[in-house]
Design a protein around this ligand. Structure first.
Ligand code: ATP
Ligand code: MG
Length: 576
């Protein structure tokens, strides 16, 4: 039990009062139960041995009162402990969620997203059983067992010692079984992660599944993994099922022996009949909590594994802990300079960017051009510091980017990436993500720049229309324009458009481009585009091939001196 997740108890802090009530009722519960067993002695001795008639009418009343009291105590205890347990899990879930979204991007490259989701959902629900039931059962049964065992020893010490000689045997069996269950639980949770990932991926890729008619194949592979999970699960159940019969049989052996031996003692006058009955009753009553403790022990073993896994996520460092700098950026972002930057994704060996040196300055328009897979998006993603260069450095206004505080710096970077993400909520909220206090006028203005205003006002509830699940679904081009409005509203110093208008018709694209050019003429504008017509008038075009800058310059220069670029341009314009 040395790995017992004690850290869970820190979540109890805000509930001290309730925890107090739970503890008091736990103790009361054990006391009353033990007293009931002790009470048997009074009953037997005064009624059956002394034949006291008055007691016959008093005893039932006392009994009913005690049982009633025990009921009330149990209710309060059960209720408060369940509440506490549930609250602990709620805190934990919140903390996990917070942690997951604070992790640096690198972590998501290594771990499939399904495994996080599985951790949050499966592991916390397993742990919920631990905090709402297992801990309560553990304490309730331990205290009750201690009380009852106390009665057993009190009533007949000699007999009790004999009876408890058998206990180490039961203890041994319990701990063996516990270890085994722990092992199987580990494996079962791993299999469950796979199962969850299946579902997660299927829902995400539902279109591809239909298009390539993958239903049958996927269902079969799901079934295989699901079967593996069931197999591990059943191993646990098999082990659990062996357990009660073994313990029960051992118990029967012990009690049988005690009745035989104790009976002889009563007959010989060495102890009273009342004490003997109270002894046997307390012993039998103690059996139930001890049996439950055994099961409980195994479940707790199971929970320890799960808790460890959750802890491993919680103990990951957040992005800010890992990479935050200590300098606040001063003034606007005016210069971003890449100095011999190379980059490799943490999950692959290949260098995606090699020795990139370039400068982005205020008041200029830049374009990054190159074949698909050449590294354009990767280069762009280094600017908001999604990743750090593997070699070389990036300087912002002459200060190394790593030394800057992330939040204030990222506030100044606007980016529309290739994959547009809309959040659940209204159109208005979606545009105002980067500036939650924006007025409706500002939002409308941004929407106009992005050429989406007219689309929005034709929606049933205009800017208050819900997007996504259960709401309005947008086309690819509309989503791009919402994302542009979002980036524009943030009024960043640097705007990066990564294929941001690729889904739009040329006319709309031109209109947006004109509006953005105007708005960002004093700022840094970086456009990544395959459709070259949009970037011909850039101040500098950076041509990337296989992660290296082949050349930089204005369109005319590149066209005359760089055959690769000329080819790219000619192909596009000839085919028009
Ligand atoms: N998360 C990732 N992990 C590992 N490698 C990646 C990752 N993302 C991209 N790459 C690799 O980096 C290279 C450059 O990708 P990048 O997305 O920067 O290309 P791109 O020029 O933007 O292409 P496109 O025009 O198709 O958007 C590719 O070879 C790709 O395989
Ligand atoms: Mg890209």
């Amino acid at each position: 039990m040395k790995e017992f997740p004690l850290w869970i108890f820190r979540y109890l802090k805000p509930m001290k009062f309730l925890v107090g009530i739970a503890v008091i009722t736990l103790i009361l519960n054990a006391l009353i139960t033990s007293y009931l067993a002790y009470f048997v002695k009074v009953v037997v001795n005064s009624v059956f041995v002394e034949k006291n008639e008055r007691m016959i009418s008093v005893i039932p009343l006392i009994l009913i009162f005690l049982v009633f009291l025990k009921g009330v105590v149990f209710f309060v205890n059960y209720y408060s402990m369940s509440y506490i347990g549930q609250k602990v899990i709620a805190f934990l879930r919140e903390e996990l969620y917070e942690k997951v979204i604070s992790l640096p991007l690198e972590v998501f490259l290594k771990e499939p997203p399904g495994s996080f989701i599985s951790r949050i959902l499966n592991d916390t629900s397993l742990l919920q059983d631990f905090t709402t039931r297992q801990i309560a059962t553990f304490f309730r049964n331990t205290l009750t067992a201690i009380g009852l065992v106390g009665v057993v020893f009190y009533q007949d010490f000699q007999l009790a010692v004999l009876g408890f000689l058998g206990l180490p045997l039961i203890g041994y069996v319990i701990s063996r079984i516990g270890k085994r269950i722990k092992k199987y639980t580990d494996r079962m949770q791993d299999k469950l992660i796979v199962v969850t990932e299946h579902l997660f991926e299927a829902v995400k890729n539902i279109r591809e599944i239909k298009l390539f008619s993958l239903e049958k194949k996927l269902s079969e592979s799901f079934k295989r993994d699901n079967d593996r999970y069931i197999k591990e699960f059943m191993k646990i159940k098999r082990t659990e099922a062996i357990y009660p019969p073994i313990v029960e049989l051992t118990g029967a052996l012990i009690v049988g022996f005690l009745i035989f031996y104790g009976g002889k003692r009563v007959l010989a006058g060495e102890t009273t009949a009342g004490a003997f009955f109270s002894f046997i009753i307390a012993l039998i009553m103690a059996y139930e909590p001890i049996r439950k403790l055994g099961q409980n022990y195994n479940r707790i073993q199971q929970s320890i594994t799960v808790a460890k896994r959750i802890r491993s996520v919680l103990s990951l460092s957040s992005e800010y802990e890992l990479k935050d700098g200590d300098l606040e950026i001063k003034g606007d972002v005016e210069r971003i300079e890449f100095k011999s930057v190379s980059f490799r994704y943490p999950n692959s060996e290949k260098r995606v960017l090699e020795n990139i040196s370039c400068l982005f300055e205020k008041g200029k328009k830049y374009a990054i051009v190159g074949r698909s897979g050449s590294g354009k998006s990767t280069l762009a993603s280094l600017i908001p510091r999604f990743y750090d260069p593997t070699e070389g450095r990036i300087e912002v206004n002459g200060v190394e980017l790593k030394r800057l505080k992330l939040v204030p710096y990222r506030k100044r970077i606007g980016m529309v990436s290739q994959e547009i993400i809309l959040f659940r909520g209204t159109v208005r909220e979606n545009i105002a993500i980067g500036k939650p206090d924006a007025t409706l006028e500002e939002i409308v203005e941004a929407a106009k720049v992005a050429n989406i205003h007219n689309d929005i006002i034709s929606l049933p509830e205009g800017y208050d229309t819900l997007i996504g699940e259960g709401g309005v679904l947008f086309s690819g081009g509309q989503r791009q324009r919402i994302a542009i409005a979002r980036a524009v509203l943030k009024s960043p110093d640097v705007l990066i458009l990564d294929e941001a208008t690729s889904a739009l018709d040329s006319e709309t694209e031109k209109a947006i481009q004109r509006a953005i050019d105007e708005m960002f003429k004093d700022k840094i504008l970086i456009t990544i585009a395959h459709r070259l017509s949009t970037i011909l008038d850039s101040d500098e075009i950076i041509f990337i091939k296989n992660g290296k800058i082949l050349a930089r310059g204005k369109h005319k220069e590149l066209y005359s001196k760089l055959p690769d670029y000329k080819k790219l341009v000619d192909m596009q314009f000839l085919s028009h």
